[in-house]
Design a protein around this ligand. Structure first.
Ligand SMILES: Nc1nc2c(ncn2[C@@H]2O[C@H](COP(=O)(O)OP(=O)(O)OP(=O)(O)O)[C@@H](O)[C@H]2O)c(=O)[nH]1
Ligand SMILES: [Mg+2]
Length: 316
């Protein structure tokens, strides 16, 4: 379908996909410097994501943190969160954010949800690989494989790299509040990511059609990893509510800005010839280009970029 952009959140159950989506959406509602762009959710999307955010806020007011389990009920399978992207009140594209139930990643080949997941992945312009930061840094091989399994993602993505089609992978690290306190902890987080995701990063660095960005975020901000509880074969990561910290997201606008800027850049570059000519004659192009440049400049440049970095630059 023309002008339909698909983004997909990927990662096993419990890594924080829905939490990320809900906090990003909440942030979007309060962002006022959008350079003339509007990102309007449809009614169901708005309702569900606000409900998820509300649930998180309630949990965060409690003195003791109890993991919520899956944040939204009924998020079995793949849920499409629908948005419209407008520029100066005129629709530019339909945006679909696919939120998946993490369990699908381990489903068998002939499972219907798995087939749909693979198809969405192939269609996606932006893939958001959500990574559990605590398991990444502190987990042993068993826990890491259970929480962040790059070999699975590697298998799923391999064919995409052979394609000519441009795409972006955002590696968004959640549950990493404990490692965002100073530069040396940040480096430790980055090194753990680069070691564990080596094979995927190698693929990205060799390909021309893909760009990767590493973005650690605080979705909750007040819940910190403390230790791992070992009970027989079970391992449980223990997080505590920091009484001196507020529920406050940090950097949460950044994955959104990177994803949306990429979608807009691709959309703008792929306009048909006639459309380009008409827009040029009517001066619409200059306004759009200017707004796009401004929008992309609001991205932070502190993140590590992998692969073809020219794909995220605005071409004049
Ligand atoms: N400390 C901390 N906890 C988080 C963070 N993000 C999510 N969580 C917690 O992780 C748990 C699971 O979060 P969800 O967002 O439901 O995870 P999911 O990836 O959508 O899981 P599925 O839908 O089952 O695949 C919840 O208890 C969240 O409160 C984070 O950045 N930091
Ligand atoms: Mg979820």
């Amino acid at each position: 379908m023309a002008n339909r952009t698909v983004m997909i959140m990927v990662g096993p159950d419990g890594v924080g996909k829905t939490t990320l989506l809900a906090t990003m959406y909440h942030e979007l509602l309060s962002m006022d410097n959008l350079s003339g762009f509007q990102f309007a959710a449809n009614e169901d999307t708005h309702h569900d994501l606000q409900e998820a955010y509300q649930k998180l806020s309630t949990i965060m007011t409690q003195p003791t943190f109890i993991p919520t389990g899956s944040l939204l009920k009924g998020t079995a399978g793949i849920i499409e969160r629908q948005f419209e992207v407008l520029f100066k009140n005129k629709k530019e594209l339909d945006l679909v954010f696919c939120d998946m139930a993490g369990g699908i990643i381990r489903a068998k080949e002939d499972n219907r949800d798995f087939e749909e997941f693979k198809q969405k992945l192939q269609e996606a312009l932006v893939i958001i690989n959500v990574i559990d930061g605590s398991a990444l840094v502190e987990g042993d091989e068993v826990l890491s494989t259970q929480k962040n399994d790059p070999s699975h993602i590697y298998d799923l993505l391999q064919s995409q790299f052979l394609d000519e089609r441009h795409f972006m992978i955002l590696f968004v690290i959640t549950k990493c509040e404990a490692w965002l306190k100073n530069e040396s902890y940040r480096k430790k987080l980055e090194a753990a990511f680069e070691t564990r995701y080596k094979v995927i990063l190698k693929l990205i660095n060799q390909a021309e059609n893909v760009v990767g960005v590493l973005i650690p975020v605080k979705t909750l901000g007040c819940i910190e990893f403390t230790h791992i509880n070992y009970q027989e074969s079970e391992q449980e990561m223990i997080f505590v509510r920091k009484p001196n910290l507020r529920f406050k997201s940090e950097n949460i606008d950044q994955p959104l800005r990177y994803a949306l800027a990429f979608a807009l850049l691709q959309h703008h570059q792929n306009r048909g010839r006639w459309n380009k000519l008409i827009r040029w004659l009517s001066n619409q192009d200059i306004a759009f280009q200017r707004a796009l440049t401004e929008f992309t400049e609001a991205r932070s440049h502190t993140f590590k970029i992998y692969g073809n970095s020219s794909l995220i630059e605005v071409t004049k």
